[in-house]
Write a new protein. Sequence first.
Length: 147
Amino acid sequence: MKLRRENNSGFTFLEVLVTVTVLTFGLLGVWGLQLSFLQGNIFARRDMESMLRAQDLIAQMQSWNFNDPRFVNLDPGNDANICNLPAEHGADNLFWNIANLDTDSDGAIDAYLIGVIATWTNPIGGTGTNIQSRCYLTVVYQPRRVM
């Protein structure tokens, strides 16, 4: 009696199932990385937009007259924490806090330290309103009088 050996070429169902499972987990990992990159790009874009808005405001402030009423320090208590957000803040806004400076110690205000706070909503990675903020500092000096 001769044993007949069948020549089966191909894969068993178990081999195909294991291959598909490994491939699925690999693709899920790649998809997760892609989602993470997308979130980072969205955050970076919103951060860049807020920085450009803040830079524009700072450039405008540099052109204001030193005695402009918009330079009034309404809350001297926040001079130490100039980058504090106001209690009533929202997303996609610009706020500024001002601290009076006496740079030459003569008792007169001759400069303002200005903290411009830009806020924006991060649409990914949070629940509800996920408001982000960044503070940019600048100094506005009183023009010197030439004698």
